[in-house]
Design a protein around this ligand. Structure first.
Ligand code: ADP
Length: 498
């Protein structure tokens, strides 16, 4: 067992700050690394020490593993926390960190290797009888064999890259005639994008929910789960809204999916914090998709409903301690929802809208948590993921968490760039979301730019009317003459009397 006294955080933005906050509470010193584009970032200011590790592109900075390890050694850190993204799921990095005598705050390089390949993960998990989506569990090499499998499971089918991630490397095939060509394309795309052309087939689940389970394991073989997160509100196969617990699982299903997740973790001798992802059909049958061997973006919703600080547990595990609680010690209290606030324009196909945060005012008050890595007047760099913040609300019930999210969105003031905040309002007000029945096709089925335009038009109309009102009311000495409000009642213009 080794006490950790100083940690280098090999990441940036909100997650670097979030990790440092827990370390500070534990009395552990922090080292930030940053690229030239992030010199003014809050994560750099917050750390006890900070070192510039290279130019803006990730390949020259946040992915420069030898520079990062060298910095950790030079500043006498005991451990490296990789956050999510960048080097967090790189088995070679985990190995190099350990070989240089530092602690990697995460699982073993071998667990990362197994779970980094969707096929190797399925193979490991199959020893524990984990339900899998019907399809092939080996790379597809023989087209005739593949066609036999697809006719058995029925169309549409999904061709997936074994090394795929972040919603990339998937193709839906609707008809057998299209299969051979799509297979060819999927394989060559996988080869160029991930350096591994292995692809496999899965039945395309028609109305799926994405439900994942948070697990924690120590280095002594104890693994527990911290219940599930529902992450079905997605665009481009990527999550935008997440919540815990799932509004559709009953106690029995919750325990069954939790147990399956624990077994997936055991199948690769997992330790640390990890997430086991499942796809769930309309009848609530669940199937193992993959495991993410790191802290997940959406981990705060689990922290809110369990009261457990996952970063502190990661440190505890990395120090070699046994888990400080058992499965039966953990329970769910209340409900939490997260909205990812991206610098994207939902009215324009969720394309990134990079620029300056001209106004940036966070919401406040009961049940609100904002994890972010920016301040007002900062630029969102083009080099990295365009997520500005995670807005998390907590309530004693799901209804209260939704109401709080609506209040928080109306209090959040961001100008200068388009964000996913108005999309968040749309989701919170939607009957299908409120019912909890929604699936991963929510955006495709219910959302169109028109939904936001209606609000915008209304807003424009109100501004016009207010202007007209001003013109008349000033003459009539109306007390409301000096202000214009937008649709949500915020003041957007004020007459200044001199
Ligand atoms: P990635 O590693 O790229 O995130 P996943 O396997 O986790 O890929 O899948 C990402 C998303 O793709 C899921 O959340 C779900 O929306 C969709 N998806 C994956 N597999 C299937 C399937 N067999 N049927 C229907 N949708 C799927």
């Amino acid at each position: 067992m080794q006490k950790i006294k100083k940690v280098l955080i090999a990441n940036r933005g909100e997650i670097a700050l979030r990790i440092m906050r827990s370390l500070k509470e534990m009395g552990i010193k922090t080292v930030a690394v940053f690229s030239e584009a992030d010199r003014q970032s809050p994560h750099v200011q917050y750390a006890d020490e900070a070192v510039c590790i290279g130019p803006a592109p990730s390949s020259s900075s946040y992915l420069n593993s030898s520079k990062i390890i060298e910095t950790a050694l030079k500043l006498h850190a005991d451990a490296i926390h990789p956050g999510y993204g960048f080097l967090s799921e790189n088995e070679n990095f985990a190995r190099q960190v350990e070989e240089s005598g530092l602690i990697f705050i995460g699982p073993s390089a071998n667990s990362i290797k197994i779970m980094g390949s969707k096929l190797a993960a399925k193979d490991a998990a199959s020893a524990y009888n984990i339900p899998m989506v019907p399809g092939t569990n080996k790379p597809v090499t023989d087209i005739n064999e593949a066609l036999r499998v697809t006719s058995e499971i029925g169309y549409p089918v999904l061709i997936k890259a074994s090394a795929g991630g972040g919603g990339k490397g998937m193709r839906i095939v609707e008809k057998p005639e299209e299969f051979a060509e799509q297979l060819e394309r999927a394989s060559s795309e996988a080869k160029s994008a991930f350096g591994d052309g292995s692809v496999f087939i899965e039945k395309y689940i028609a109305s799926p929910k994405h439900i994942e389970v948070q697990i924690l394991g120590d280095q002594h073989g104890n693994v527990i789960h911290l219940f599930e997160r529902e992450c079905s509100i997605q665009r481009r196969y990527q999550k935008v809204v997440e919540e815990a617990p799932s509004p559709v699982l009953n106690h029995e299903k919750r325990m069954a999916i939790g147990e399956a997740a624990v077994n997936v973790a055991k199948s690769c001798n997992y330790y640390g914090a990890g997430t086991v992802e499942f796809i769930v059909d309309e009848k609530l049958n669940f199937y193992f998709l993959e495991m993410n061997t790191r802290l997940q973006v959406e981990h705060p919703v689990t922290e809110m409903i369990t009261g457990i600080d996952l970063v502190k547990e990661q440190i505890n595990i990395a120090e070699g301690n046994t888990l400080s609680f058992k499965q039966e010690d953990i329970s769910i209290r209340g409900h939490a929802i997260e909205l990812r606030v991206y610098a994207e324009d939902p009215a324009n196909n969720f394309l990134p809208d990079i620029g300056k945060l001209v106004t940036y005012k966070r919401p406040q008050g009961p049940g609100i948590r904002v994890d972010d890595g920016f301040e007002e007047s900062m630029d969102i760099p083009v080099f990295y993921d365009p997520m500005i913040a995670k807005l998390i609300t907590y309530g004693s019930t799901r209804t209260e968490a939704i109401q709080r999210m609506k209040r928080a969105i109306s209090e959040y003031k961001i100008s200068g760039i388009m964000t996913t905040l108005p999309f968040g309002s749309y989701v919170m007000d939607h009957e299908e979301f409120i019912s909890g029945r929604f699936d991963t096709h929510f955006v495709k089925k219910y959302f169109s730019p028109e939904n936001l335009k209606v609000n915008l038009d209304k807003e424009t109309e109100e501004i016009a009317m207010a202007f007209a009102g001003n013109f008349f009311t000033e003459k009539n000495n109306n007390p409301y003459a000096g202000e214009i409000h937008n649709a949500s009642g915020n003041s957007i213009w004020k007459r200044r009397y001199s």
